[in-house]
Design a protein around this ligand. Sequence first.
Ligand SMILES: N[C@@H](CCC(=O)N[C@@H](CS)C(=O)NCC(=O)O)C(=O)O
Length: 217
Amino acid sequence: MLKLYGFSVSNYYNVIKAALLEKGLAFEEVTVYPSSEESLLNRSPMGKVPCIETPEGSFSESQVILDYLEEAHPDTPLMPSSPFQRAKAREINRVLELYLELQARRLYPEAFFGGKVSDETKAEVKVALEKATGALARLTTFDPYIVGDSFTSSDIVAAIHLPLARDAGRKLLDMDLFEQLPGVKAYLGRIRERPSMQRVLADYKTGLETFLKSKQG
Ligand SMILES: N[C@@H](CCC(=O)N[C@@H](CS)C(=O)NCC(=O)O)C(=O)O
């Protein structure tokens, strides 16, 4: 059976968990936090989560895991069927991760975990988020899905990363990313109603309490 390593507050972990649920694959969740422990580095050499254990071995990086799941378990596809639409899905995923989430992540210590982020960082992130949101607005109208006419793993990536990035921007930058993205609110409502997302969001809620306690204690 597949084993998914990570914790339910991690957005990248939750992308994979939702994909596994959407694909109807059996998997076991193993709670692990990012670290430099040998046992984690053996599975995830950068010490990040998520990572996954398959019958042939373990590996990390959420996009790589999504590709593996798609190739190893092509039933219930989570990628568009045409090569062009698949390229568009990957392009959107890159923008969501590299240019939007990785920038918004620089705000998370203060936005969510009681830490402090410098004014310089905030100013840099604001510029970067404006650019990434503008790119997204050119790539999709969110109608009805983020790419093509069926649900894909890009919808999972968007439905998990976008609300976090928006929250961080609203809290620290006095900026609402969604103002540049017409249709995104209704779209996220639809995607987050899916049973896979409902389960991930419920586990996130309970996991957050435990995680915050562990940070304090
Ligand atoms: N590129 C990685 C990013 C994963 C990631 O940043 N995970 C966070 C938890 S949400 C983490 O492990 N952070 C610890 C670290 O960056 O050292 C992926 O797509 O899986």
